[in-house]
Design a protein around this ligand. Structure first.
Ligand code: SAM
Ligand code: SF4
Length: 376
């Protein structure tokens, strides 16, 4: 059971908050696509015994590719890897790239899940973030996606935006609910170094929202989505019953995944590797049979910390039995000590040996995760 992630490193315009690896120079697109195919073909041996259950085109903006370019990449994957016929195949798409016609074709060529970057339904927020689409365009593209037959649609929202008050945030969440999508990812805004937002914050042009308001927005989100029948299955992810993102759930459940493209990460249970975050270096490496990635063999400490970080924020939690059987006694002892402290304070819950964050725990998740980690 494994997943394939393909990173499409192009965007039409850079959003001011975003530090994902991307370029607005599309002149290398054809060469990059050839590179992605080469990487897919050259890494088949790593995954020949694996069944591929999820394929995820992320970015950047995969929807900048033409239908035929996406179709070619899907064909390369399907003809080289053992793809389960019910595999979840997701396309990250920006609303401004979507029309009813291209949505119908995306469905036809095999995509069965869409993850749409909406971020906010307020025109003021969208302008501030330097998004290319309007709120109406986002709403229209969700409606078209449904009309085209997509029954697994996710939208991304960001809260804690500069000047965002509770009423505006509530309005965003309520519109998302009304759109009747199957999945919502809602992220708290992070000011990443190197982004325009970060610079504007440093210059005092933007002001961070107070922690308390961020928390209130998070609480409101959880309340409204739960009332609307969503399962809160990971700290930032909500879905209609059972409709988890299978691809992202594999990351959180520590399953194998193959990451293709510049900046993409891979994980094979024993090691993780990451491709260089540069289109030219990536292509140079691939075309000349030279290295374009780095690999790190995971130590027991890395594996334990990764298991905690990824698992504790999900409803599946971390398993006491697994920690006891997979890691040496010092890790289990540390795990038990941290667990006791937060079980007593009510920030963790434990059901059938699975430890996860309680609702109160969700609000101090960083502190709890840090306490659980072993750093030597
Ligand atoms: C790979 S990105 C964007 C996908 C797609 N290109 C788009 O813009 O719609 C995935 C998501 O991460 C979230 N994100 C990116 N930067 C963020 C930040 N600084 N703080 C919070 N969320 C962020 C956004 O919600 C975004 O849709
Ligand atoms: S949020 Fe999406 S469209 Fe905006 S810069 Fe990041 S990857 Fe590109």
């Amino acid at each position: 059971m494994a997943g394939i992630y393909i990173h499409i490193p192009f965007c039409r315009k850079k959003c001011y908050y975003c530090d994902f690896f991307k370029s607005t120079d599309l002149s290398q697109k054809a060469r990059l696509l050839a590179g992605l195919k080469l990487e897919l073909e050259s890494r088949v041996s790593e995954y020949c015994s694996e069944e591929i259950n999820t394929i995820y085109f992320g970015g950047g903006t995969p929807s900048v590719l033409l239908i035929n370019e996406l179709k070619d990449l899907l064909n390369v994957i399907k003809s080289n890897y053992r793809v389960n016929e019910d595999a979840e195949i997701t396309l990250e798409a920006n609303p401004d790239d979507l029309t009813l016609t291209n949505l119908l074709t995306l469905k036809q060529i095999g995509f069965n899940r869409l993850s749409m970057g909406v971020q906010s339904f307020s025109e003021t927020d969208l302008k501030l973030m330097n998004r290319r689409h309007s709120a109406l365009q986002a709403i229209q593209s969700v409606k078209w996606a449904k009309e085209a037959g997509f029954s697994n649609i996710s939208i991304d929202l960001i809260y804690g935006l500069p000047n965002q008050n509770m009423e505006e945030w509530e309005q965003n969440v309520r519109i998302a609910v009304e759109l009747d999508v199957q999945h919502i990812s809602a992220y708290n805004l992070t000011y990443h170094e190197g982004t325009v937002f970060y610079e504007q914050l440093k210059k005092g042009i933007l002001k961070e929202l107070p922690d308390e308001l961020n928390l209130q927005q998070f609480e409101l989100l959880i309340r409204i989505l739960k009332e609307a029948g969503f399962e809160h299955y990971e700290i930032s992810n909500f879905c209609k019953p059972g409709l988890y993102s299978q691809h992202n759930s594999s990351y959180w459940k520590s399953r194998k995944y193959l990451g293709i493209g510049p900046s993409a990460h891979s994980y094979d249970l024993q090691s993780r590797s990451w491709n260089v975050s540069s289109i030219s270096k990536y292509l140079h490496g691939l075309e000349n049979d030279e290295p374009y990635s780095e690999t790190e063999i995971l130590t027991e400490q890395d594996r334990y910390n990764d298991y905690i970080i990824t698992g504790i924020r999900t409803i599946w939690g971390v398993s006491e039995d697994f920690v006891q059987s997979e890691f040496s006694s010092k890790y289990f002892a540390h795990f038990q000590k941290s667990r006791e402290k937060y079980l007593q304070s009510g920030h963790l819950s434990c059901t059938s040996g699975k430890v996860s964050l309680s609702t109160e725990g969700l609000f101090i998740s960083d502190q709890i995760t840090t306490d659980f980690m072993v750093v030597e």
